[in-house]
Every structure is written in C-alpha cells, then in structure tokens.
Write a protein that binds this ligand. Structure first.
Ligand SMILES: [Zn+2]
Ligand SMILES: [Zn+2]
Length: 365
C-alpha cells in the first residue's frame, strides 16, 4: 500500500480540524468564520458545543460598550460533550456531557481560595470566555482549568434544561444569596429581563414572603409571575416607589434587587428599601452611577449595597443542576427562540431588537 503523501495528509487533517465560530471584528461587526478546532494543553479540555445562547453582555460587546479584542470568538454559556482532554484532567471521559459556567475560575489563586471565584486572579478575572479567551458561540470550545469547571449533566436532563444555568440563572439567583435573603422577606426586583426573571426565581427559592416585580413589557410581566412574582408593577403606569411602599405597609422591602444597570432602577431600588435593608445589584452600569442622599439617609440608614458577578465553577453548576433535576427550577420557558449557529447573526438581530416576545435564544451548533 502506498503511503499518503504529506501534502495529502495535511490537507485531510485540515478538513477535519476546523470549525465554525462567531468572531467579533469590532463595534457593530460580527461574522461566522472557519477557524481551527482548539487543542487542549495540560489542565484544559475541549468540548463540542451542543447548545449555547446569547447574553445581554454579548450585545454590549457588539455595541462596543464593553471592549474585547477584535478577532475574539464571543459567547460564554456552553453545554457540550467532552471532545478531548488535556493532561492531568481526571475523573472525566471523552463523550461525557458537561455544563461549563460562564465564569471559569482556576480554583487555586488567593481570590478563589478566599471564596471570590468570579474575581479569580484579579478584578473580573473569572470571566474568561468571550472576554479574554475564545468563547462558546462556536462548534468547539477550549475550557481552561477543566478540573474546576466541567460539571457533568445527568442523563435525564436535556441541554435546554441546563444551558441557562451557565450564566443568567447563576447570576440572577445570586442576588438573593448575596443579600442573605431571609425567609419571609419582602423583595422587589427591578427589571424582568432574563437576569431579573432568574432573580425573581431565586428570591422564591430562598423563601421570600412577598416578591414584587417591576417591568413594563407585557410578555416579561407575565413571565415574572410564572417565575414567582406575587405582584408585577408597570413603572410606566404610575409611581412604583409609592406602590411598593403601599404593598409593604409603608415599611419598605427587606431586599431590593437591581437587574438592569441604570441610574433610575438603582435609585428606585434604594428608595423602596427599608432602613437596614440590602440593595443587591446585578446590573452592569455604564457612564456614571450616583447614590441619591435622601433615601440613603445621608449614609446613616444602615443600608447594605452588595454586587455580584455570576458565580461559576463546577460545584456552583452542580448545585444549580440539582435544582433543575429535583423540579425546583424550570428555565425552559425563557428559551423562546431557537437558531442554528449558521443563522446566529439573525439570532443577534432578534435578541438585540427584542423582537417577537424574545426572552432568550437557544443556539444549536
Ligand atoms: Zn452573560
Ligand atoms: Zn483563581
């Protein structure tokens, strides 16, 4: 048998070792490209992505509001199958189905070992996918620090049941956790977008006594009730601060969750907070944010303001998967649209333009 020539072999290897990926070229410019499939080094893994989604943060990147370097593959919410394991990753096999959090901490630095996994290695350092390294809107994805970040998915759960745990559920639910929400607390959640809806679900899981959602989009108002809100107020139809004070007998809420990232939602969250209450902020603010002094009691109200970046790592994912597996959390209603990777730019248009009642889009490579 004649041996294939080097040229032929190289050509064949090339045809099987490329993948489609969504590349960010600069503000307003993204496109699908054919790029090499990544290969794992020690402590890394490569997964074949079976489902991913688009995040509000990706829209910020596309608009140029959050800078990432041109040429980067974006996206940070992967479900997939292990394709190749690097040296030193143990307890996993090629073919295992896994969920990887949007945040991929190393699990070994001072920040991780202090419990601040999202701030791995320094400020925002846990957020690597589609930020500082190639991301998940691709056929294959290189997972750094794989040992700390690959969460196995139980056979009985579908990709759709777990994909939103990677980011929006982990982030949204963390609002109530960071606030140390107590059983029976009154909670207001400002904005019922994907993160706010998950914050509502999180307040319910933590045992809030009263959950008040604030939103004006009718589809999202309805979804807020499905996720656990007792009352949903439309801020375009009256004074929500006064209404929330009324609903709490003039006391104010114990926990106010900000899930949008604007001055007015931040300010209203502070205005409805009881003395000693906690403002749990999830929003990403741009421009300037100021604290109004009257509801802040000039700094004397015993208020707490806490912020949280999406908790990641495999143990966080395992816990969230368990909520889904036991029937305590169902996020599939939020996946309103499905697109192939080939039509992802269309998915960006629909998601970014909030067309057709879209909440989250599923992208299937
Ligand atoms: Zn995100
Ligand atoms: Zn770390």
């Amino acid at each position: 048998m004649p041996q294939p020539s080097c040229a032929l072999l190289t050509e064949r290897e090339e045809t099987i070792s490329t993948m489609k990926a969504l590349v960010f070229y600069g503000p307003g410019k993204i496109g699908l490209e054919t790029v090499p499939i990544p290969r794992p080094r020690a402590q890394e893994a490569v997964i074949r992505v079976t489902l991913t989604t688009i995040c509000g943060t990706d829209l910020h990147i596309l608009k140029g509001e959050y800078p990432v370097k041109p040429g980067l593959i974006i996206g940070h919410e992967p479900v997939g199958i292990i394709h190749e394991l690097g040296e030193g990753v143990t307890g996993y096999e090629v073919g295992d189905r896994v969920l990887v959090g949007a945040i991929t901490p190393c699990g070994q630095c001072n920040f991780c070992l202090s419990g601040n996994w999202s701030q791995c290695g320094g400020l925002l350092g846990g957020w690597k996918f589609g930020n500082t390294i190639n991301g998940a809107q691709a056929e294959y994805l290189l997972v750094p620090n794989a040992q700390a970040n690959l969460a196995k998915i139980p056979d009985e759960l579908t990709d759709e049941q777990v994909v939103l745990l990677a980011d929006i559920a982990s982030t949204g639910i963390s609002a109530a956790e960071s606030a140390d929400l107590r059983i029976g607390d009154a909670v207001a959640v400002f904005a019922q977008g994907p993160i706010g809806l998950c914050a509502t679900a999180g307040a319910k899981l933590k045992g809030a006594g009263l959950i008040i959602g604030v939103e004006s989009d009718p589809v999202r108002m309805e979804m807020a009730k499905r996720m656990g809100a007792d009352v949903v107020l439309d801020y375009t139809q009256g004074d929500v601060v006064g209404q929330i004070q009324g609903l709490t007998g003039g006391r104010g809420v114990d926990v106010a969750i900000e899930a949008l990232g604007t001055q007015s939602t931040f300010e209203n969250a502070l205005r409805v907070l009881r003395p000693g209450g906690t403002l749990s902020s999830l929003g990403v603010y741009s421009g300037k944010l100021s604290v109004p002094l009257d509801p802040f009691a000039a700094g004397l109200g015993d208020h707490k303001i806490v912020t949280t970046l999406c908790p990641g790592g495999k143990e966080r994912m395992r816990r969230l998967i368990e909520l889904v597996r036991q029937g305590r959390l169902d996020l599939t209603p939020l996946l309103t649209h499905t697109f192939s990777l080939g039509s992802i730019t269309e998915a960006y248009r629909v998601f970014g333009g909030r067309e057709a009642g879209v909440i989250k889009v599923a992208i299937r490579p």
